[in-house]
Design a protein. Structure first.
Length: 357
């Protein structure tokens, strides 16, 4: 990694206003000279780096000098859906896998244009786009600067998980020190005092969040908050028992459960709807929510089952030691399909059933 010594000189044109300010404040020079000097002293065995410091300490200047060809600032989003804005050479499976990996796991949002997405969603789409590109290393200036700080933390954790599943290298550049504990970088360069430290030997654990759940009778009220984010249906059976998940006093998750009329098993409960808001996806809250509700039913001597076709959820449940896969199948024959806009889509999707052990 490079050593740098950057001298930035600004020579403002001598307008009336410039001359007036120089005279009024008795400035000693008509030129502004700034120097940024430092060394990012690390070998090639890293994946995530962080350049952090207060505004005006040289972060963007250093980034443009060292990483101008890899900055995430040149993606064009001009199609009617962000699916069609992803690299042309990538398959649909590669694109959706990239979306899921960065915590952008809401298929309804995949059908939207970039300009209508939330700032948190845009940040994740940019990262997915970079992951799908042919670049081995990329940098993100003003990382998390335009999103809520809680969303920034969750997004940072989801992103570092996604990067570490690839062979890519990622450098975040930001004025927000709060993301460091969530991004879990391998190295940090602080532009406040131009110091560098190697963080690879530090144990990387995400900070604890205040996560709590409660049951609610206001089913319609909360479903209206989550319906548009469900990947299959906006409908909800009002007979279902409804639970809400909160993180640091923010409502982030919806889970409902119905009794399953099994011909032989009399105590089977089935997850009806599970939704985590987009800004909080990718950090494992869906599985945590699912497990905690499942434990409630286990204490009630009930069996607890979920059927899903969400690729990200299927992968997570397959890896979990808490769940048994009971079935993999397809929903219908290939001949049956549905239309979304002008696009013909197959309803022949893979579904999987899992039961809590």
């Amino acid at each position: 990694m490079p050593t740098f010594d950057i001298i930035k000189e600004i020579k403002p044109k001598q307008t009336f206003r410039v001359a007036s300010v120089i005279g009024k404040f008795d400035l000693q020079s008509e030129h502004i000279i700034e120097r940024f000097k430092g060394n990012i002293d690390i070998d090639n065995e890293w994946q995530i780096g962080l350049i952090v410091g207060h505004s005006g300490t040289g972060k963007t200047t250093i980034a443009k000098q060292l990483f101008s060809d890899i900055l995430i600032n040149s993606f064009e989003y001009k199609n009617e859906t962000i699916l069609d804005d992803m690299p042309k050479e990538c398959s649909l499976e590669q694109i959706t896998n990239a979306f899921n990996s960065v915590g952008f796991s809401s298929p309804p949002s995949w059908l939207k244009p970039y300009n209508v997405l939330s700032n948190g969603e845009k940040m994740r789409v940019d990262l997915a786009n970079a992951i799908l590109s042919d670049k081995e290393i990329f940098a993100f200036d003003e990382f998390t600067s335009v999103v809520d700080r809680e969303v920034a933390k969750i997004g940072s954790f989801a992103m570092q998980k996604a990067i570490r599943k690839t062979n890519k290298k990622f450098i975040a550049i930001t004025c927000h020190h709060d993301v460091e504990d969530w991004l879990l970088p391998d190295w940090v360069f602080n532009t406040n005092d131009m110091t560098f430290y190697d963080n690879r030997k530090q144990k990387k654990n995400r900070p604890e969040l205040k996560f709590r759940i409660y049951e609610t009778k206001e089913k319609s009220k909360y479903w209206s908050m989550f319906a548009k984010h469900h990947y299959l249906s906006h409908s909800h059976n009002n007979a279902a028992r409804v639970f809400i998940a909160m993180i640091n006093e923010e409502v982030v998750g919806f889970l409902s459960v119905l009794h399953f009329p099994h011909p032989k098993v009399k105590n089977m409960k089935k997850v009806h709807r599970l939704v985590i808001l987009p800004d909080y996806q990718g950090a494992g809250f869906g599985i945590k929510f699912l497990n905690e509700i499942g434990n409630i039913y286990k204490k009630e001597k009930q069996r607890y089952n979920i059927v899903t076709s969400s690729p990200s959820l299927i992968n997570a449940l397959k890896k979990s030691k808490e769940w048994n896969a009971t079935r993999f199948s397809r929903t219908s024959s290939q001949s049956k399909g549905s239309t979304v806009g002008n696009m013909q889509t197959s309803s022949n999707r893979i579904t999987a059933s899992f039961e809590l052990k």
